[in-house]
Design a protein around this ligand. Structure first.
Ligand code: HEM
Length: 497
């Protein structure tokens, strides 16, 4: 988190106002018992743990706090508290078993009201519209429907394979373009992709970047809600301008492509897509279908691309595993053949390598925050309503209590009973990587299929090797934001002989 996004001229006045509000918050919150018995870094007067909260690389700081304070770490933030969970069973207990309490999202006036993004399932509190949208996701991306998109994904994977021929460098943007196309086509159809796919990708990308930026800053209206009514000409304020751009972007994302496909359906000219297939489904409302579909690009592109980039990183770093993946693919689909979902069903080693890559590099290493919608009592501690929870997936997925002493090593064999007699007792990696409880990622089946088909297509066509025949890198730097992937991949895609 960084500083207030305002100019210095009025910073003094605002600081006094903010300090008074914070003091009020603390006076009030001190009246209630807090989760004082969970240990954590010592808060400063007035600003609580803001100074200690990391600006980046949360997973590394959370790991250090776990080592110092244990499985549950407590922080104080202005007006609220945060728990960081490091034990898988604790995340299951609170987020899954007590989901009626722990399924809220932190309120963010800047994003939800000022940028008018409160309609998104990601931001919404559990409520009738939220459950309606989750129903849409279950219907259109659940196990019963997900196979409908296989052919499209398989075709797109072969286009990506062509684009990667003799490619050297970081393939991330090629992968993102390819997955962006898949998601837009699944959501709105091939016709819309051809007519305005590029613009839709552009505006979604701007939306993702803007929301990421806004989440990373402290905004005046989030601390002093009444300031949201300050006029846009008020000297020194930048939030009105940012909010206005947000409103424009999210209005377009929400309404524009839906209207185009709806009109095509009315004219009887629509091609296959989620919208055209489900628009007249009596079990779901048109509004929920529109709003759920509008979030697909947002949820899917960076995450799925990251999972594939992380898999390629592991193939580069572990050539022995790469060879085993390729040998299995040759046996299962035949050398030179394009894989499809049906033909890779028996590719158990590929699946194990994919899981192992997700385990060691989960795309969201410190999860997405939940808050408690009512008070709770846990481990003898009173936890007030509105407490934040972050699950430290990155540690849970390396916890030696679950994964054994070799938990930090890249070993797909751990998932295969022929190599590990305890393989079937291991936790399901995907039930952590995609979140716990009622907010679990609704796109997980699509992400899995998209990822594994792309991985199979690339691995059966190419050797993943270092640039210019150089050595395997000894260390690679990773991103420090909410999404975890190599900062820059240097790969050469060498056509397999
Ligand atoms: C490897 C790929 C992906 C990963 C690692 C991932 C991970 C996650 C995680 C950790 C959450 C938060 C869960 C929680 O709060 O407990 C989430 C939420 C979400 N994801 Fe994904 N996701 C992926 C792909 C997708 C795809 C393909 C879609 C859509 C097509 C999608 C749509 C969403 C949405 C809409 C939410 C918000 C759900 C809510 O707040 O109720 N994600 N995802």
């Amino acid at each position: 988190m960084s500083v207030l996004d305002i100019k210095p001229a009025i910073a003094g006045g605002i600081a006094i106002l903010t300090a008074s509000v914070l003091a009020l918050y603390f006076r009030n919150s001190n009246r209630k018992p807090g989760p004082e018995t969970f240990p954590g870094p010592r808060p400063d007067f007035l600003i609580a743990n803001i100074r200690q909260f990391p600006k980046s690389h949360w997973k590394d700081v959370f790991k250090a706090w776990k080592d110092e304070y244990g499985d549950v770490v407590h922080l104080r933030l202005p007006g609220t508290s945060m728990l960081i969970l490091n034990r898988w069973e604790d995340a299951e207990e609170l987020l899954t078993k007590r989901a009626n309490i722990w399924s809220g999202r932190p309120a963010n006036h800047m994003v939800n009201e000022l940028m008018e993004f409160g309609w998104s399932v990601l931001q919404m509190q559990p409520s009738h519209p939220f459950y309606e949208m989750r129903k849409v996701f279950r219907k259109v991306l659940g196990p019963g429907a997900i196979g409908d998109y296989d052919r499209l994904i398989e075709g797109a994977s072969q286009e990506l394979v062509k684009d990667l021929a003799s490619f050297s460098g970081d393939p991330l943007s090629l992968i993102q373009d390819s997955i962006g196309k898949v998601i837009v086509t699944i959501s709105y159809g091939d016709d819309l992709w051809r007519d305005q796919g590029k613009q839709l990708v552009q505006i979604n990308t701007e939306g993702v970047d803007l929301v990421t930026h806004v989440f990373g800053q402290i905004w005046l209206p989030n601390i002093v809600p009444i300031t949201r009514f300050l006029p846009s000409w008020f000297p020194g304020l930048t939030f009105p301008k940012v909010a206005k751009r947000g409103r424009e972007i999210f209005h377009t994302i929400r309404y524009s492509p839906f209207e185009v496909v709806k009109n095509a359906v009315d004219r009887g000219e629509a091609d296959f897509s989620v919208i055209s297939k489900y628009i007249d489904d009596p079990e779901i409302s048109k509004e929920s279908l529109r709003d759920a579909t509008a979030m697909m690009y947002f949820g899917a592109v960076d995450t799925t691309s990251t999972s594939l980039a992380n898999f390629l990183y592991h193939m580069l770093m572990f050539p022995d595993v790469q060879k085993k993946v390729q040998k299995e693919l040759d046996d299962v689909i035949g050398r030179g053949n394009a894989p499809n979902m049906a033909s890779i069903q028996t590719a158990k080693y590929l699946k194990a390598a994919w899981e192992e890559s997700l385990r060691l590099l989960p795309p969201f290493p410190t999860s997405v925050p939940h808050i408690s919608l009512s008070e709770d009592h846990w481990k003898g501690v009173y936890i007030p309503q509105g407490t934040w929870i972050l699950s430290n997936f990155s540690w849970m997925l390396r916890d030696p209590r679950i994964w054994g002493e070799d938990s930090t090593e890249f070993k797909p064999e751990r998932f295969l009973p022929e190599f590990n007699p305890h393989a079937n007792e291991l936790k399901d990696v995907e039930s952590s990587v995609f979140g716990f409880g009622r907010r679990i990622c609704p796109g997980r089946y699509l992400a899995e299929r998209n990822g594994i088909i792309y991985a199979a297509a690339i691995m059966s066509a190419y050797d993943i090797v270092p640039l210019n025949g150089g050595p395997i890198p000894t260390s690679v730097e990773f991103t420090g934001g909410q999404i975890l992937r190599p900062l820059k991949l240097d790969i050469h895609f060498s056509l397999r002989k």
